[in-house]
Design a binder for this molecule. Structure first.
Ligand SMILES: O=C([O-])[C@@H](O)[C@@H](O)[C@H](O)[C@@H](O)C(=O)[O-]
Ligand SMILES: [Mg+2]
Length: 430
């Protein structure tokens, strides 16, 4: 074994990153959201970085894995999964199939949380390996098939500011069709995005139909998507699909669960996409057999990293299901990882999601820049990003000083700051 590639140390840094008041069906984003930064340091002196969710349920297994990893090589990625199975205790998470409180990320069970933790370690190992070998991460995944990756504008209903003291950003509120179109216009003008996704499930469906219609009028012919995170019943989903069938590229998780999605899919020609009912391997067979989804929004955090994302892409290809990418309050390390893996998937027919424009704080020295709605695939060694240690330390200090309010993402709790009676709505909401 090349001893320079042996892991000597693993550093974990939980941080809190500022987040605007974006609305979804469960509530509103808190002013800060937790993330975990993973650094893997080799005996040869190379450091690789990865990033994942930072809520408490992820920290405990991450600590176990970080303790066990030294002495293994950054090339031993298959061993990484076996090690995680061995050392990450599942007791911190209950296995259930409900949509989790804050993230709207599908099932929440110990296996999925473990994979989300492993994903950051896998990316950090690939970054370290790439840097040590002078190769970009995409080359370690078999090589890029495109030089840039397309992303879509991620539109949110939002307030101008979080309730209480604190500074507002300069986006203003977006609570009606005109506000949504203005937001889309700014996304298009600033970043060149050519397709638009609206996070729905916030207002009654008629109001969201009107917003999509307004977008279709303002941006004729552009691909449009609506994602209410499973907030609608099957009949409501079919009604919205009928109203918007001429303008939607796809409808994302209109209703919760594979049964409901299969029933909607059977009643409309509008393609259905998901990042909720297919987020683990165990959910694939039934969803694909019942034609419940036409597009899976992969997320390398859910699936255990970049190699597993490529495996998912292969399964989707076999079954004629399309692939795109889901995104959730990530920073530049994960965006780099997403871009590398997306660059290697031949049949990526849909622009990927990214929350990144909403995340104004980062832990890398140079922010990514979207041009023409695309990110150039880096050919620099590793991920092609560099940690900004001062920023990392400052965001970690914020995490240390937090009284616990923001260490768990909780959109319903954030909503209670404005509406004390708010509770997470039951689904279907409409
Ligand atoms: O950040 C949000 O409010 C989104 O609703 C997020 O939690 C979802 O996971 C996601 O972006 C989605 O596409 O469902
Ligand atoms: Mg979604």
């Amino acid at each position: 074994m090349n001893t320079a590639l042996v892991i000597e140390d693993v550093r974990l840094t939980p941080i809190l990153v500022s987040d605007p008041p974006l609305l979804n069906t469960q509530g509103v984003h808190q002013p800060y959201t937790p993330r975990l930064i993973v650094e893997v340091v080799t005996r040869g002196g190379t450091t690789g970085v990865g990033e994942t969710y930072g809520d408490g349920a992820y920290l405990e297994p991450a600590r176990s894995l970080a303790e066990a990893l030294p002495g293994r090589a950054v090339t031993d990625l298959n061993g990484l999964f076996a090690l995680a199975d061995e050392v990450c205790d599942g007791s911190h998470a209950t296995a259930d199939d409900r949509v989790d409180a804050g993230g709207l990320r599908g099932v929440r069970n110990a296996g999925k949380i473990r994979l989300s933790v492993v994903s950051a370690f896998e990316v950090a190992c690939l970054d370290a390996l790439g840097k040590a070998q002078g190769l970009p991460v995409h080359a370690l995944l078999g090589g890029k098939v495109r030089d840039s990756v397309e992303y879509s504008a991620y539109l949110f209903y939002r307030w101008a500011a979080h309730p209480g003291p604190g500074e507002a950003d300069d986006w203003g509120a977006a609570l009606d069709p005109a506000g949504v179109v203005a937001q889309a216009r700014r996304f298009a003008d600033t970043y060149g995005f050519g397709s638009f996704k609206l996070k729905g499930g916030v207002f009654e469906p008629e109001r969201e139909i009107a917003a999509i219609r307004a977008l279709a009028e303002a941006f004729p012919g552009r691909p449009l998507r609506l994602d209410p995170n499973g907030a609608w019943s099957v009949p409501t989903s079919l009604y919205v699909a009928e109203q918007l069938k001429d303008v939607l590229e796809y409808l994302e998780d209109p209703t919760s669960g594979t049964d409901g999605m299969a029933a909607v899919a059977a009643g409309t020609d509008v393609p259905l996409a998901t990042n909720m009912c297919v987020t683990t391997p165990a959910e694939i067979p039934e969803a694909f057999a019942r034609d419940a989804v036409r597009i899976v929004l992969s997320d390398h955090h859910y699936w255990g990293g970049l190699h597993r994302t490529r495996e998912l892409a292969g399964i989707c290809r076999t079954f004629g299901v399309g692939l795109s990418m889901h995104s959730n309050t990530h920073l530049g390390i994960s965006l780099a990882a997403m871009t590398h893996v997306a660059a290697t998937v031949p049949d990526l027919a849909y622009a990927c999601d990214s929350h990144y424009p909403w995340q104004t704080e980062d832990v890398i020295t140079e922010r990514h820049t979207f041009t023409g709605g695309r990110l150039t695939v880096s050919d620099a060694p590793g991920l092609g990003v560099e940690l900004d240690r001062d920023r990392l330390a400052a965001l970690h200090r914020r995490w240390l000083e937090d009284d616990g309010t923001h260490r768990e993402r909780d959109d319903a709790a954030a909503m209670r700051a404005a509406d004390p009676d708010w509770t997470t709505p039951e689904v279907p909401r409409w």
